[in-house]
Design a protein around this ligand. Structure first.
Ligand code: CU
Length: 275
């Protein structure tokens, strides 16, 4: 009598657990497939390549996720307690071997697929003729510098940094006279941009979601990255800091302002006049 009610209890527990697993899998799948929380559209080829890699990874891991959760639900139900003693199980070397090899093939395969997009940013330098802009991370601002008409940045040194000279340009260097310092990253649409990252204090992380571009700025290093924005993607995009860099980290953000070439020239001239 007691054994039979115990059996009914374990059947109910196994059934609820199995149903929960199936529901949980279904709801999770819905949120991904319906793209309830999704990333904003990419604004260049590099971004779309990253998205393609994301989709490949997502489809493969998604299939594995759904299959394993449903298999778990089935096992929970099929091998629920029947009131007897639990059976001892030694394992299965063939299965162990198969899924270990399958996991290796999947991970290495995805890595090989994704390598091209990653290397394009980190191994290839910016094409010749790219517009060079410097970005400096400083608790808690992003500061941008354009080299001006001479195309050469003025020398900087930490000891010259103050309110009116946030990146520390040495005023004895003539190359620095026409440098333009801004708090917005204005770029002309369609042009290749080489961004040189630096930091004046701690590690900061430069990130623009729509570019799928994320690169840390480290004190003592100049780190180049490059990108362009499709000509039809005029607009404002948020630049965020992705490294917890201090108490004001949450407000360390700026705007990437993508403009048509002529408008960009006007904007830069205006920034120069008001700095
Ligand atoms: Cu920061």
């Amino acid at each position: 009598m007691a054994a039979r009610s115990g059996q009914r209890g374990s059947t109910a527990v196994a059934a609820s657990l199995a149903v929960f697993l199936v529901l949980f899998t279904g709801i999770t799948l819905y949120y991904f497939l319906a793209k309830v929380w999704w990333y904003p559209a990419a604004i260049n080829d590099f971004g779309r390549e990253i998205d393609a890699q994301f989709d490949r990874t997502f489809v493969i891991t998604g299939i594995v996720f759904v299959a394993s959760q449903l298999a778990l639900a089935w096992v929970v139900w099929r091998y629920r307690s029947n009131g007897g003693r639990a059976q001892h199980f030694e394992g299965n070397n063939t299965f162990e071997g198969i899924w270990t090899i399958a996991t290796i093939v999947l991970f290495v395969g995805l890595g090989i697929f994704g390598r091209a997009a990653w290397a394009q940013l980190h191994f290839n330098s910016a094409p010749p003729g790219a517009m060079v802009i410097e970005v400096t991370g400083k608790q808690f601002n992003w500061i941008f510098r354009y080299p001006g008409a001479d195309g050469v940045f003025g020398r900087t040194e930490a000891k010259f940094v103050d309110e009116s000279n946030p990146v520390g340009i040495d005023d004895k260097d003539p190359a620095g006279k026409d440098d333009v310092v801004t708090l917005t990253l204005g770029v002309p649409a369609g042009r290749e941009i080489k961004l040189v990252e630096r930091s004046l204090d701690v590690t900061h992380g430069f990130f623009v979601r729509e570019l799928r571009l994320k690169q840390d700025a480290l004190p003592g290093m100049l780190i180049p990255v490059h990108f362009h924005v499709d000509p039809d993607k005029i607009g404002d995009y948020e630049i965020a800091c992705t490294q917890l860099c201090g108490s004001g980290h949450h407000r360390m953000r700026a705007t990437l302002k993508v403009m048509p070439e002529a408008e960009f020239e006007k904007w830069l001239a205006n920034e120069k006049a008001t700095q």
